[in-house]
Design a binder for this molecule. Structure first.
Ligand SMILES: *Cc1c(COP(=O)(O)O)cnc(C)c1O
Length: 362
């Protein structure tokens, strides 16, 4: 028997969330962002459910090849563009659209021998200060690209730093709109947070939702999944493989970081940091046992955690443990809550599920 740990990817939730993104996007077309192996859900597993998207956006050329191998003939966008000159050959062969964010990428295009001109998304650094041309250099980059026979249509994109928070997007969208106002081409600006919180505030031919498609909330804890009508697409579950009964003064696990104040029944669950459950989770992190909410106690080990069975006295060997997502009985534990307890975001937990954890669809 393999260990009882399992990721379940909920197809109906993926379809629901994509539909939710489409409604929030108003008239914009929707890139389903499937980078990082579809935020840890598996590109092959989510593909069928995202067929209604207008295109797939990702970073790895290897992932682009996998999407084409699944039979997708529509647009695929490389969000970081190419990394070396020969990547452009793959773009030609697979018909990939790619971001152009720096001079080195324009140099590579200028030297590229191709029969088929390529569709590019010229990226502006409108304040995020990661990738993209500074506003004052954007137009000269556009002019240079526009003169290349290797380049077909030029679309314009930027990325937002604060769509999920109080600073908002206006400081960036004003720059982007001012610099691009008389340039032709389609625009793409919004991630999940901007799609949900700032719809209609800037012209957008394409939106780029990622986390919301998987049921993660970009602005948790200000809002939760119920507020945005998102459904969790991933459940991480396991089972109890042991039970201990403690008396006052007994301690748990490495470093004896938890001491029982009185009699306490604890369950040992088959999940640890080697599965991607964050070691930063400490006593108090929420967990469901048989669908009942309880808490983790003590430290996360490589292959095990310990949970307080006080609210579930009937639980024992084999009881279902839900680390995040949906229990069989229907109760839900939002990934965002667990992420918060670990001092991180739902994105990281989804992406960090380890390869040794089997994945099933439902
Ligand atoms: C990851 C990514 C997105 C999606 O962001 P979410 O916050 O997951 O919606 C959009 N655009 C770019 C350029 C990205 O890298």
């Amino acid at each position: 028997m393999p260990r009882p740990i399992l990721v379940t990817v909920h197809g109906a939730a993926l379809r629901h969330n994509l539909d939710r993104a489409r409604r929030a996007a108003l008239d914009s077309r929707v890139w389903a962002v499937v980078k990082a192996n579809a935020y840890g859900h598996g590109i092959e597993r989510v593909f069928e459910h995202f067929r209604a998207a207008d295109g797939f956006a990702l970073l790895d050329l290897d992932e682009a090849e996998r999407v084409r191998a699944l039979g997708w003939r529509g647009p695929i966008l490389l969000l970081e563009g190419v990394f070396e000159a020969r990547d452009l050959e793959l773009c030609s062969r697979l018909g990939l659209w790619h971001a152009v964010h720096c001079d080195a990428q324009i140099d590579m295009l200028a030297a590229h021998k191709t029969q088929v001109p390529q569709r590019v998304f010229l990226k502006m650094n409108s304040g995020m200060n990661r990738l993209g041309f500074a506003p004052e250099r954007f137009r000269s980059a556009w002019t240079r690209l526009n003169a290349l026979p290797q380049v077909d249509e030029i679309s314009l994109m930027t990325h937002l730093s604060d769509a999920d928070g109080p600073r908002g997007i206006a400081h960036q969208t004003e720059v982007f709109e001012r610099v691009t106002q008389d340039l032709p081409g389609e625009r793409s600006v919004a991630n999940s947070a901007a799609t949900l919180r700032h719809a209609g505030q800037t012209r957008a031919d394409w939106v780029r939702p990622g986390i919301m498609l998987y049921g993660g909330v970009p602005d948790f804890p200000e809002h939760d999944a119920a507020h945005w009508q998102l459904q969790p697409a991933m459940t991480l579950s396991t089972r109890l493989i042991g039970v201990q009964t403690l008396k006052a003064g007994d301690t748990i696990g490495y470093g004896s970081s938890f001491t029982a104040e009185g009699p306490l029944r604890i369950g040992i669950a088959a999940v640890g940091y080697a599965d991607g459950y964050p070691r930063h989770c400490t006593t108090g992190t929420p967990v469901l046992v048989d669908g009942v909410r309880t808490r983790m106690v003590g430290r996360v080990s490589m292959d095990m955690i310990t949970v307080d069975l006080t609210p579930v006295p009937q639980a024992g060997f084999g009881s279902e443990v839900t680390l995040w997502g949906r229990a069989s009985a229907g109760a839900e534990l939002p990934i965002d809550e667990v992420a918060r307890a670990a001092g991180t975001v739902g994105y990281e937990l989804m992406c960090a599920v380890a390869r040794r954890v089997p994945v099933a669809g439902d």
